[in-house]
Design a protein around this ligand. Structure first.
Ligand SMILES: [Zn+2]
Length: 101
């Protein structure tokens, strides 16, 4: 069981979000990562700020959906969904409000 203080709800799933010092194999900062094991969870680089933080969370949520529903999306498609869904939420307050009622 992943110990987390933050979770994101995606359909019937409650996915833990944890923060860490993520690095790519070449040593550069990795913004976020979706993990399948031991149970699904999302890891976000602890020093992200501004719009990078919610956009990286959104990106990893899409990675979770891709994995759970066996969509086999290419990384570029995950990135397109991240940017477009991010814009859809950010630029359409009424739509988001209507979805929450
Ligand atoms: Zn990705």
């Amino acid at each position: 069981m992943i110990q987390a203080t933050e979770y994101v709800t995606i359909g019937p799933y409650k996915v833990p979000i944890v923060y860490g010092e993520l690095r790519c194999p070449d040593g550069t900062i990795d913004l976020g990562r979706y993990h399948n094991t031991p149970t699904p969870f999302i890891e976000i680089h602890r020093h992200l700020t501004g719009l990078n933080l919610p956009m990286t969370k959104l990106h990893e949520c899409i990675e979770f959906i891709d994995n759970m529903y066996h969509m086999e999306l290419a990384e570029w498609k995950v990135c397109v969904l991240e940017v477009t869904i991010g814009s859809l939420i950010r630029d359409n307050r009424q739509l988001v409000a209507d979805l929450q009622t």
